[in-house]
Design a protein around this ligand. Structure first.
Ligand code: SF4
Ligand code: SF4
Length: 386
């Protein structure tokens, strides 16, 4: 396969170990026992990753370090020193529960030049602590304040589920008050200890996205604006309820196996942590080979149409929504997003006319009406119909 067919960037989500100081109710992990491989193996993986990027005609890299909780690892500082020493510096983000970030750690993260630190906040104090453990909320807020004081960019990630989604506007407002760069949300994927009953229904999903749209500031905030917080709606199906031209949102499709790969603590490679289908081990098989495996090629296919999406106007740009949710709920990656309210509506509507990806994208870009919190009554979302 020609390298020209590959994307211009590749995000490596790197789970360093399963060690964690929390035991969240919706954690993807079944155990907390897999330890880090250690610095020597980590350096080997970094060499493979940077060589892979070079071999793919200058594909740009980006690494997100996570766990478990990455800051709970004694080996973490040594890895950060190694990363800071890579000549062609690759941006490094940290995905954390925020509870281990004090002023000293925040300054240390600044000195390591981390690109941003993402902290999970799943609702107001009572809700967050019910999900993540007593005291977790206050500790995460202290972490966010410390990052702000050290001038490290921060992001709040909200995992939406039936018990918390109505609290998103509070978290968006809190993010603005704390001066974080971005607040975003994606839906819970039932895995490990998470329960399928916690997954939102299609109607709740639509209401949630309308709530997100209403929680945004009226003007568009650029990514990582230094003074204002962005409420980002760049995840699956969110474009259906967001104002396209006002906030420059674009129809999103799953990037797993394309611009996103995930390495687990033992080296197992997944397309995404939320799509846990192992395709090999990066410590045993070169990334160059694993990246071209049959599953990743299938996930990268532009002709993908999920079952249940055949009649959808957005099938070529959305490509089935959250494939990980489809996989978790049905065992199939090619089933339509179980949270999509258009699937049932499309099934009962007259067959739609054929619409190409470019037509849907340009129509979306041309639309100018921002989303409102009102519920659309037809298959077509409000911004698209205007
Ligand atoms: S912080 Fe993350 S890794 Fe730790 S228990 Fe919670 S969800 Fe799991
Ligand atoms: S029906 Fe399928 S393609 Fe259309 S918006 Fe829903 S998940 Fe996406």
């Amino acid at each position: 396969m020609e390298h020209g067919k590959f994307p211009g960037r590749l995000l490596l989500q790197w789970h360093l170990s399963e060690r964690c100081n929390l035991r969240c109710r919706h954690c993807y992990q079944d155990t907390y026992e897999i330890n880090a491989r250690g610095l020597e193996d980590w350096r080997r993986l970094l060499q493979h990753y940077t060589a892979f990027l070079k071999a793919r005609s200058g594909m740009r890299g980006h690494i997100n370090l996570t766990g478990g909780e990455p800051l709970a690892l004694s080996e973490f500082p040594a890895l950060m020193e190694t990363l800071a020493g890579i000549p062609d510096t690759i941006p490094v983000g940290i995905l954390s529960n925020g509870t281990l970030i004090d002023d000293r750690m925040a300054r240390q993260l600044r000195d390591w030049r981390v690109h941003h630190v993402q902290v999970s906040l799943d609702g107001n104090r009572a809700t967050h602590d019910a999900i993540r453990g007593s005291g977790a909320f206050d500790a995460a807020i202290l972490g966010l304040r410390a990052l702000k004081a050290a001038r490290v960019k921060s992001v709040i990630a909200f995992t939406a589920q039936r018990s918390n989604w109505r609290e998103f506007p509070d978290i968006a407002a809190l993010g603005a008050k704390l001066g974080v760069s971005r607040v975003w949300a994606d839906r819970l994927i039932p895995s490990g200890q998470a329960q399928r009953d916690d997954v939102m229904t299609p109607e709740e999903t639509r209401e949630f996205f309308a709530l997100m749209a209403a929680a945004r500031p009226p003007q568009r905030i650029r990514f990582f604006n230094k003074t204002q917080s962005e409420v980002a709606m760049h995840r699956a199906l969110q474009f259906l309820m967001s104002g396209i031209s006002t906030h420059n949102a674009i129809p999103y499709h799953c990037t797993a196996g394309n611009t996103l790969i995930t390495v687990m603590p033992d080296g197992t490679l997944y397309p995404c942590r939320r799509l846990p289908i192992a395709v090999g081990n990066v410590y045993e098989t070169p990334l160059e080979i694993l990246y071209d495996c049959a599953l990743f090629q299938r996930l990268r296919s532009k002709d993908w149409v999920s079952t249940g999406c055949e009649a959808c106007l957005f099938r070529m740009v959305c490509r089935g929504g959250l494939r990980c949710l489809a996989y978790a709920m049905t065992g199939r990656i090619d089933a339509a997003d179980p949270g999509c309210w258009l699937v049932e509506q499309n099934a009962s509507a007259a067959p739609s006319t054929t619409t190409t990806a470019s037509a849907a994208t340009s129509a979306a870009a041309a639309a100018s009406t921002p989303a409102s919190a009102t519920t659309p009554s037809a298959v077509i979302p409000p911004w698209f119909a205007s």
